[in-house]
Design a protein around this ligand. Structure first.
Ligand code: HEM
Length: 140
């Protein structure tokens, strides 16, 4: 029987909502255990993680299947996250990549990771890019 791994073209079609749920659970378990990211997330989500995990399932379902299940504003939400820094995005992405590779064949892991990289880039731009010197300058 052909497996996902030997049939690259079919790989993404066989991805399910259950796979996404598993990825989200595994990834945020890693995040919580991480020395730097863990603190930030525990501060932002101090109580029940159920709603955050549900949001993240919807988010990745929307990204991978264009399911429209996620409705939100990641830029606004991350703008309120205490302690978020540009350099932490590399760590976030490394943990995400690790989770994808533990669960999925390389083709699927690659698709997740490249989408995450692209979204991380646009988040970083929206959150941290400031023209220097400030624009517009004052009239004087
Ligand atoms: C250093 C990097 C990052 C940090 C520290 C971070 C932290 C957080 C935290 C603390 C929350 C929960 C906020 C709350 O509920 O109050 C959150 C939500 C979220 N994060 Fe991140 N994040 C990072 C990168 C990313 C990246 C790269 C993505 C996408 C690929 C992402 C996608 C999301 C989404 C979709 C939500 C839910 C927003 C909503 O409530 O609508 N995050 N993040």
């Amino acid at each position: 029987m052909m497996t996902i791994a030997t049939k690259p073209g079919a790989a993404i079609e066989r991805l399910s909502e259950d796979d996404i749920a598993r990825l989200v659970d595994d990834f945020y378990a890693k995040i919580r255990a991480d020395a730097e990211l863990g603190q930030i997330f525990m501060h932002a989500v101090p109580g029940d993680w159920g709603p955050h995990l549900a949001t993240m399932r919807n988010f990745w379902s929307s990204v991978m299947f264009t399911s429209g299940r996620y409705k939100g504003n990641p830029v606004a939400v991350h703008g309120q996250v205490v302690g978020i820094e540009m350099k932490l995005f590399d760590r976030w992405l490394a943990l995400f990549d690790e989770s994808c590779r533990e669960l999925f064949v390389p083709d699927i892991a690659d698709v997740f990771y490249s989408k995450a990289v692209r979204i991380a880039e646009s988040l970083k731009l929206a959150l941290f890019y400031r023209p220097d010197p400030p624009w517009p300058r004052s009239a004087s």
